[in-house]
Design a protein around this ligand. Structure first.
Ligand code: ATP
Ligand code: MG
Length: 183
């Protein structure tokens, strides 16, 4: 599975639909302080099912919705779409019917989040599992936020172990075992 495009609409500072094309090789995003570089990484984390407002630098999940600036009014929803190249058919079953997989998450004020996979409604858990199994999940060490290296160095062993488990691609298994034990 290879990410090929990220589209943001009404997400944080990206009020108008904005595409980030992710080509082969290295993609760099440069710009002055406050232009939205970190917001792009947060959009990626969010569409993969992130539900902790703190890791989105907000107080509540609705803080990701464009809050208004200068002459532009606040929006009522935020949407992020992630296009995934699945020509190698490595997506888990249930997500593996086509060469292109599009995951969309939308949050509407006072309503909450809804997810779609190739236009079909899916649950948050399905999306979180998809990315946890692919070792790119919202908690994945593949996403390194500003200041996170310092956090990793000073983390307690238990917290550090969770990060290593996600890197090893086994956190999806732990989640399933936990759910089985609750049943
Ligand atoms: P730096 O180089 O300092 O790390 P950056 O390019 O990473 O900067 P971001 O932190 O991604 O910048 O963007 C911050 C900008 O996003 C701020 O101007 C902030 O006002 C804006 N912003 C964040 N949340 C929202 C929101 N909900 N609505 C509108 N603007 C927002
Ligand atoms: Mg930043």
């Amino acid at each position: 599975m290879r990410f090929s495009k990220l589209r943001l609409t009404g997400f944080k500072s990206f009020v108008d639909p904005t595409d980030l094309v992710i080509s082969d090789g290295l993609t760099g995003v440069v710009g002055p302080n406050g232009c939205g570089k970190s917001n792009l990484l947060e959009a990626l984390r969010w569409v993969m099912g992130e539900n902790r407002p703190k890791s989105m630098r907000g107080g509540g999940m609705e803080d990701v919705i464009f809050a208004g600036a200068n002459s532009r009014g606040a929006r009522n929803f935020a949407e992020v779409s992630l296009q995934i190249d699945n020509t190698e058919r490595l997506a888990p079953s249930g997500f593996n019917e086509s060469d292109n997989l599009e995951i969309v998450r939308r949050i509407t004020r006072d309503v909450g989040s809804a997810y779609k996979a190739n236009t079909k409604d899916v649950r948050a858990r399905d999306v979180q599992m998809l990315f946890a199994d692919a070792s790119t999940g919202a908690h994945s060490p593949a996403l390194v936020s500003q200041g996170q290296i310092a956090v990793l160095i000073s983390a307690k062993p238990k917290a550090r172990r969770r990060i290593l488990e996600e890197a090893a691609g086994i956190s999806g298994l732990y989640q399933r075992r936990h759910e089985a034990e609750l049943k």
